[in-house]
Design a protein. Sequence first.
Lengths: 313, 311
Amino acid sequence: MVLASAAVKLRVRSLSRRYEGVTALDDVSVEIPEGRTALLGPNGAGKSTLLKCVLGLVRPTSGDIEVLGLDPRRDPLGVRARIGYMPEDDAHLPDLTAVELCAYGAELAGLPPREAIDRAHAALFYVGLDDKRYMPVQGYSTGLRQRTKLAAAIVHDPELLFLDEPTNGLDPASREEMLSLIADLRDRRGCSVVLSTHLLADVERVCDHVVVLAAGRVVADAPLAEVLGRGDGRYLVRVKPVAERFAAFERALTELGCTAEASADARGEWVVRPGVPDDPAPIWEAALRADVQVRHLALRKASLDEAFLRMLA
Amino acid sequence: MPTTPTPAAAAAPKSPAGAVYSLAYTRYAGRRRSPAFAPLVIARYALLAQLRQRGVKVALLLGVLLLTVCAAGLGFSWSIPSMIAGSGFGRGPDAAQLAAMVREGEADVVTWTLRAQLLPTFLLVLWCGAGAISADLMAGAFQFHFSRPVSPGRYLAGRLLSSSGWALALSVGTLTVLSTERLAFGSTPLGAARAFGLGAVAVLLSLSSLSAAALAVSSITRRKGLAQALFAAVALAGWVLSRSLSVALREPWLKSIDLLSCADGVVAQIAGTSRLTGAYAAAPALAWLAWTGGSLALATWQLSRAEVNRG
């Protein structure tokens, strides 16, 4: 599902890729809108294969891809000139400094030498590598390497940016800075981002659309708010904290076929699964029988971790 | 120069969070060059990086040293006829003898360019070419290159240029010095230019086969040291083997089919100084084609099999 108002940056239809005896992608159809999209999935789900198909590095067995209005099979170089890719693994050249590496990437993307070196300085300064950009990249720490890879991916001003595990190996402060940069790239620079990651907290922090792959198939393609809002049929119940009535309330819930899955804490909160899905009437009835005052009753929103595990199940 | 226009950059929206980031990084709306420039870009940055390696600096220094010795020796040798003529002893060389000496001197330019720089150019190709693709495989640079508008063919062309770049500069420098010196010792401008041209062909043939073989070896392993050792083994063992077989079987053409000698054989055919006749005369050219074409085919095949470039 795609936001009606958002332009589609990447459209994949019935995409399949089979290696010898292995189906990496099986009839995948997704539409990635403008904005920040997370590409989620367990190891071997097909995320990397999908990215490589989009980059034109891997030829699909069947199906169609449209990236920024271009077909990567017909014009792979044209597609790659307009997108940026930050790989998960190290991707640098020995003996080059960060400035030279970024300028090199910019020139390979078509920028003239003078503009390339100017943009390399600007991109490195943007990612916070201001004072270390004249050092060879192989001497960098993990955090500096991640920043350098991001700078090299954005130096030629891509319209669509693919980030593969950008916060891997970063300390909390660096991770926060990296996520702020990713958010800023979209908000202020107008660059759409596809974030492939295992860190669901990163997704909740910066993404507004989620695509989940499992065993080469798409199991979810929806806005993040919708994924989180779907819940799992459980209700969050908060009652007036009168401790002596809690036991009676729990007993009434059980008698009415409900399951109180979380113990009440001192504030009087339960997570209740009604006997009949999406029917909170027994909870009201139990509150009436136990003479407790219900102050909050709503379908419980799942965390992304829970939503992710539920989708995979 | 073909160029492609850049779509007009959209105005950057204002930051809702008010975070302060560098304002220098903005949208780029300037000119973009054709992907056909990629080999030159790859070669330029590789040559820059190579110049920081001690091995390359040492090989270049050795080359300059050998050039100096060679230029001094040849200068002395070329000045002998005029010294004899000016000494007053005997009649000195007549015009025909002098012309023959000049022609020999012009041939020396080609011969000594190749001979004097054989060791430094071999070392430079060994250092710059034999580990080039291995180092890229090890450092993950395939992802860097092939996620940008670079095709495998252009990548290979760039690596070929960078493998032979410093060796080419050294050889052409030597050729220029010796040709100019020969001009000062009696050659006509046409004769010196002919010697330079023939020398340039010799250098290009020699370096193209050497570089192609170095890249082919480099493409089959991720370990740079192993690739360099393999390349040295192929070149040196091939040289020893071809000479041994040539002597043992009394077949002179066998001397001109190894990696280090095939280009010399082709140049000798072009210059008309080869002793090979009949069908054997084609042996050096066929060997050069086999080494160069086969090596490039192997490197291309290896690149097409690389995981990041599959398809």
